[in-house]
Design a protein around this ligand. Structure first.
Ligand code: NAP
Ligand code: MG
Length: 492
């Protein structure tokens, strides 16, 4: 069948579009129809080595790392401006490949522009320090890039989660190799071409669409790899940490979540309901920081669940490219089956269905991976549907009696990414925020983040953090230089 995007998407190595070493191509599908969208070259372990070679050469031989930072700042600003100028095209490509509504993809690409601008602004401010030491000595530190950094990205925010770590790595003077998710490589490949147009030296950004187990592992095994940043499932994250440990490589891991939303009796119910709907149905719930467990005070449970149910049932489902669509398909047919499996298990465990729970019934949506927004109540806390990340538009509701009970339930999870709480009482807000075991807390807000705020998970949600001024440290090393100033006539 003819594909919609006729030009093939190749690997991007050393500033050039190249086919994979095996010559293999695979279609990526439009999740709204499950029809082929584009043909993508498949990278192999040999291609991974070629990309590491190209990146290492660019790191050593181009001026990228040696320049004073102001030139990197300018190049990243140019790249941000080029992306902003093609925002609509990138947003459409993201939506066609991943499924999310165009409005969300526009927001994602805008976020990438902001991330590039933010880290461009840091590129010429990566300073060392002088350190007081005894005697006739001078001690100072130099902030140096690591070399070649490897980035492995998931499919839920394909470009955003790729560039979230690549922007600081490039700002710091590294050369980056990206392996996008196999399901959603298109915007990353298009972005690499844009980086060439922005004047980044050849080899400073390389993109390798290909299977995680082959390409991802070959990148980590390569002796030129200096760090690994992985965003994806906790299961694969553990495996990556083991591979990196064997090579003593630093890792940043952004993994899964099972976010609680705690709603106290004094909450603004209408705002809370809207934010809860957004926090679980945006991107069809395919979000690491999805607010997937609603923990509501028993006095409010009936009215709040009713409001969220009305939001769920009012959402317009459809292909993300269509006007007015509020929720798109899940990323793949396999993923839809997995999510439906969780819903079936929750019901078998005694949970009751408040909304959704099945595929969308409209005939036009039948070929795609559409699931109705789903709310489950009274699923036992031991059920896998409450304990594991579903990564779909599925909210589990439970109720609490007092703050102690709320905090206990919120923390009763292996994960610790984002927690939300709703109250008008300052003391409750700040004291509960402190007690929540999560890397991020939002108060009276839907899940939200900015390039300048840390994005961090604890427990099974991750190691290290991304975003904020400090994120650039993961891509630098601090070399200490100690100089004796009394050469020839030493006294001390
Ligand atoms: P995944 O299966 O863990 O895959 C993530 C990436 O790792 C993909 O590029 C994948 O390649 C690659 N990969 C798979 N096995 C690998 C291996 N053995 N070695 C090296 N790389 C390997 O996750 P996903 O299914 O794409 O995304 C969903 C998960 O990501 C969810 O659990 C979600 O919570 C998490 N996530 C976390 C954050 C965060 O910031 N904390 C953000 C978004 C998503 P293939 O595509 O070829 O399999
Ligand atoms: Mg996966």
């Amino acid at each position: 069948m003819a594909t919609v995007l006729d030009a093939p998407y190749d690997l991007f190595i050393g500033g050039k579009d190249v086919p994979g070493a095996r010559g293999e191509r695979r279609p990526v599908l439009d999740p709204a129809t499950n029809q082929p969208l584009a043909q993508v070259s498949v990278a192999t372990a040999d291609d991974a080595r070629a990309a590491m070679e190209a990146a290492d050469r660019a790191f050593r031989e181009s001026n990228w790392a040696q320049d004073d930072g102001a030139r990197r700042a300018k190049a990243l600003q140019r790249l941000a401006a080029l992306l902003e100028a093609s925002l609509e095209g990138f947003a459409r490509l993201e939506t066609r490949n991943m499924g999310k509504p165009l409005r969300e993809s526009r927001g994602d690409i805008g976020y990438v522009v902001r991330t590039l601008e933010y880290f461009a602004g840091l590129a010429d401010k990566l300073e060392g320090a002088t350190v007081p030491v005894p005697g006739p000595r001078l001690d100072y530190t130099i902030a140096e890039p690591l070399g070649v950094t490897v980035h492995i990205a998931p499919w839920n925010y394909p470009l955003l989660l790729s560039i979230r770590s690549i922007a600081p790595a490039l700002a710091a003077g590294n050369a980056a190799v990206l392996k996008p998710a196999s399901l959603t490589p298109l915007t990353a490949i298009a972005f690499a071409r844009l980086a060439r147009d922005a004047g980044l030296p050849e080899g400073i950004l390389n993109v390798l669409p290909g299977a995680g187990a082959e390409v991802g592992e070959a990148l980590i095994a390569d002796p030129r790899c200096r760090s690994v940043t992985f965003t994806g499932s906790s299961e694969v994250g553990r495996h990556i940490a083991e591979l990196a440990a064997r090579r003593l490589l630093p890792v940043t891991l952004e993994l899964g979540g099972k976010g609680p939303v705690v709603v106290f009796p004094d909450a603004d119910l209408d705002r809370a309901a809207r934010a809860i709907g957004y926090g679980i149905f945006q991107n069809a719930g395919q979000m690491c920081w999805a607010a997937s467990r609603l923990i509501v005070h028993e006095s409010l449970r009936g009215p709040l669940v009713e409001k969220v149910r009305a939001i769920a049932e009012g959402l317009k489902l459809g292909p993300g490219v269509e006007d007015g669509v509020e929720m798109g398909p899940l990323v793949s047919a396999d993923h839809l089956d997995r999510v439906l499996g969780f819903v079936a298990e929750a019901r078998a465990d005694g949970g009751s269905l408040v909304a959704g729970g099945e595929r969308a019934s409209a005939p036009a949506l039948a070929p795609g991976n559409f699931l109705r927004p789903t709310i489950l109540a009274d699923v036992p806390a031991s059920s896998r549907a409450v304990r594991e990340e579903i990564f779909g538009p599925v909210l589990a509701v439970s109720s609490f009696t007092d703050a102690e009970d709320a905090v206990r339930q919120a923390n009763d999870t292996a994960y610790g990414l984002l927690a939300a709480l709703w109250t008008r009482d300052l003391a409750t807000a700040h004291s509960v925020a402190r007690r929540l075991e999560s890397g991020m807390v939002v108060v009276n807000e839907a899940p939200i983040s900015y390039p300048q705020t840390p994005f961090a998970g604890i427990k099974a949600s991750g190691v290290g953090f991304e975003q904020s001024r400090q994120a650039v440290e993961a891509y630098l090393r601090r070399k200490n230089v100690l100089v004796h100033l009394g050469a020839g006539k030493r006294k001390s």
